[in-house]
Design a protein around this ligand. Sequence first.
Ligand SMILES: *[C@@H]1O[C@H](CO)[C@@H](O)[C@H](O)[C@H]1NC(C)=O
Ligand SMILES: *[C@@H]1O[C@H](CO)[C@@H](O)[C@H](O)[C@H]1NC(C)=O
Ligand SMILES: *[C@@H]1O[C@H](CO)[C@@H](O)[C@H](O)[C@H]1NC(C)=O
Ligand SMILES: *[C@@H]1O[C@H](CO)[C@@H](O)[C@H](O)[C@H]1NC(C)=O
Ligand SMILES: *[C@@H]1O[C@H](CO)[C@@H](O)[C@H](O)[C@H]1NC(C)=O
Ligand SMILES: *[C@@H]1O[C@H](CO)[C@@H](O)[C@H](O)[C@H]1NC(C)=O
Ligand SMILES: *[C@@H]1O[C@H](CO)[C@@H](O)[C@H](O)[C@H]1NC(C)=O
Ligand SMILES: *[C@@H]1O[C@H](CO)[C@@H](O)[C@H](O)[C@H]1NC(C)=O
Ligand SMILES: *[C@@H]1O[C@H](CO)[C@@H](O)[C@H](O)[C@H]1NC(C)=O
Ligand SMILES: *[C@@H]1O[C@H](CO)[C@@H](O)[C@H](O)[C@H]1NC(C)=O
Length: 722
Amino acid sequence: MARYLGIAAALAATGALAITPEQMISAPRRSVASPNPSGKLALISTSQYSFEEESTSSVWQLLDLATGELTDSKWNATEVSEVVFLPGTETGILYINATNEQTPGGVSLWVGDVLKPAEGTLVASLDAPFSGLKVAKTSSGNLHFLVNSLAYQNGTAFNPELVPTPPHTGRLYENVYTRHWDKWLTKERYAVFGGSLLANSSYSLAHSGLRNLLQGIKFTATRPESPVQPFGGSGDYDISPDGSVFSFLSKAPHLNKANYTASYIYLGAFDGSEVATAFNGPESEVFKAGHQGASGQPTFSPDSSKLAYVQQDGDYYESDRWKLYTLDISSSSSKLSTSNWKGVVPKFDRSVASIHWAPNGESLFITAEDYAIERAFHIPLSADESFIPKNLTSVSSVSGLSVLPDSSLLVSANSIWSSRDYYILSGNGTQNVLFSSTKADEELAGLGPHTFSEIFYDGSLPDFDQQLHALVVKPSNFVQNKTYPLAYIIHGGPQGSNGNLWSTRWNFQVWADQGYIVVAPNPTGSTGFGQYLTDAIQGNWGGNPYDDVVLGWEYVKKNLAFADTKNGICAGASYGGYMTNWIQGHDLGNEFKALVTHDGLVNTLASWSSEELWFMRHDYNGTIGDEYTTYDKYNPMNHIANWSTPQFVVHNTLDYRLAESDGLELFNILQAKGIPSRFLNFPNENHHVLKPANSLFWHQEIFNWINHYAHGEKFDEVPIGE
Ligand SMILES: *[C@@H]1O[C@H](CO)[C@@H](O)[C@H](O)[C@H]1NC(C)=O
Ligand SMILES: *[C@@H]1O[C@H](CO)[C@@H](O)[C@H](O)[C@H]1NC(C)=O
Ligand SMILES: *[C@@H]1O[C@H](CO)[C@@H](O)[C@H](O)[C@H]1NC(C)=O
Ligand SMILES: *[C@@H]1O[C@H](CO)[C@@H](O)[C@H](O)[C@H]1NC(C)=O
Ligand SMILES: *[C@@H]1O[C@H](CO)[C@@H](O)[C@H](O)[C@H]1NC(C)=O
Ligand SMILES: *[C@@H]1O[C@H](CO)[C@@H](O)[C@H](O)[C@H]1NC(C)=O
Ligand SMILES: *[C@@H]1O[C@H](CO)[C@@H](O)[C@H](O)[C@H]1NC(C)=O
Ligand SMILES: *[C@@H]1O[C@H](CO)[C@@H](O)[C@H](O)[C@H]1NC(C)=O
Ligand SMILES: *[C@@H]1O[C@H](CO)[C@@H](O)[C@H](O)[C@H]1NC(C)=O
Ligand SMILES: *[C@@H]1O[C@H](CO)[C@@H](O)[C@H](O)[C@H]1NC(C)=O
């Protein structure tokens, strides 16, 4: 693989250590590592964009977990879209082949051996674009698998390639949920399907075919759907290792899905004897105890006797704490029952992000965001209520974790200076680094932790007992005693964070290497510092968060001699864009030479063009017409009179939660006031700029703008105009 890049090669030849947007965009992107059952090797999917060829290529690679050697598996990644290892084998796999010779738009299932590419055996022809494969081996040797696909209301899987194009393009709605993220709602919903591959006939698909596991669930407001859109995937469902029980989550069937985030976890017998039911829905013990919000991460224990999962309490608060629970499952006499539901580490003031069972089923490994890093923790199920788990990892962020048979962890990590590290963490705390992209990839040459540091400063919330945190990233070729303009970058969410991680969208090292000191603060509203700081942003968007951003800036001005705050710029996306717009109308705005807003609100009432009504109801402390809302109090539009700083506005057409009219409104007002400003739109991007060539243009134009105001460079692109 690693087709070498002209642009990167030319830059490498000049000896410059700095990472350019081109290098970041065209560097290899590696998936998390997925180990085989014996823990000797792991599969990785790697993709890489080539500016020369204007295309992305992908390969399946094998990581030797003893030596760290990474080799091409020779499986054709154009054909093989997903691979899972077969339980009880060394290198046996079940995989999805993205092509289907009989049905256009369908896929096929194959079994094979990961070490014998191109020797797979076709076991099932599937007539729709199924994905999200999970598999279990039953005591009889049969394989029970789960996949998901869009489905018609009658339960049949939907294959868009087989549907004739309708004569008109009209879309008619009578409910508030018309579109979300970057898709308009259609009549189909996602569903989880189960199928059996028979051991006694070369794993051919049982005659019963695939069964839609959501069929038969009653609803009054929201039709059951799993995975939950737009980001749900195979993490939204699971199958017990013995193949007898499945679980999936779906939004509350009796609540309007624009008003609420609530979702429940359903369980069902794989044999289809009963319709799946939710154990934490209304009327349940869980619900009555006040746990009524979104559910996630259903994960069966190795012996299939328990399920671990996370849930939020609030039924319309998307950033409530994700709390951890377990319950016992019994499927004796073909009737499913649950018991012994309990909270695990209830005093742990962090949101649990992923769950992984230890092989003996007596403890859990979890990941959670903690002080701007995603870290791993270990929790014995015998722990008492007061137990607070300790972090097993630090320094880099954990993006994937697998527990190996000897209970050591295979960790896939990333950081400001590395797009991917793979290491094994032993029970005694020893880290055995198998692979680091910073060493392997020419595009990342010269990056390292030397540019990274953290600062802590006093915030504005009187009741918060900790200091606030911010990341500081210096240029790769930082010269002692020189100063560099400040690039102050505000995060989105607002319940989110600026973390020590590798981003292909807001990569702080790429920004710093344009000749800036990046400071990325975590003000009121940030996650990973305890729920109090997160919750304190409700009804308070331009209040304490703004005061904290000002305090952070003052700290930098006073304490970081190498940061030139006189020529600084401020930038942010989403809520970070809102905050930048708020700063534009407030005193801090005068301290920056230029601002950059990406898909950020300028008019709080415009958030009603989004269908996430739960979000405004929570964050603005009420719905339209309520007495105590903060739409007006914290509306950047009320401060137009004070706008004066040059501002670059990005707003994308496919961002359906923050409609592009908001960015146009911002730009047109800036223009009307005679404030230097530019507007950048991508008609084919959503909230994020994902296409490589678009991403390059985004970086070039934003950097051209800030480099003009902060470094006095010339504008080099003539925008569309006059
Ligand atoms: C991979 O599969 C695609 C689609 O079947 C095919 O066009 C291509 O030639 C294959 N590549 C290799 C290297 O075999
Ligand atoms: C994928 O399926 C196609 C037929 O649709 C077949 O020609 C090809 O060999 C299969 N590839 C793999 C890796 O199974
Ligand atoms: C379900 O509906 C689709 C679309 O109308 C149709 O093509 C399919 O045959 C139906 N399936 C069943 C089992 O009725
Ligand atoms: C294979 O096993 C299935 C059940 O797992 C059974 O229904 C079927 O009759 C068996 N077929 C043969 C050929 O033994
Ligand atoms: C846990 O986090 C703290 C703070 O970052 C760090 O000092 C410590 O080394 C971490 N522990 C482990 C085992 O990584
Ligand atoms: C820690 O455990 C690993 C794996 O069992 C072993 O190889 C290593 O020697 C141990 N290190 C120490 C310091 O005990
Ligand atoms: C930086 O400045 C200090 C004090 O002004 C001086 O002692 C030191 O030599 C300078 N370092 C470099 C690398 O110029
Ligand atoms: C939120 O609204 C309630 C009334 O529903 C009011 O008591 C409270 O002060 C409001 N909070 C904020 C932060 O505005
Ligand atoms: C949605 O919530 C609002 C209050 O925020 C309420 O007025 C409205 O009736 C709700 N709609 C549904 C369908 O639940
Ligand atoms: C403009 O800024 C001044 C000085 O901070 C302030 O007194 C005034 O209220 C601001 N006006 C608006 C509309 O925000």
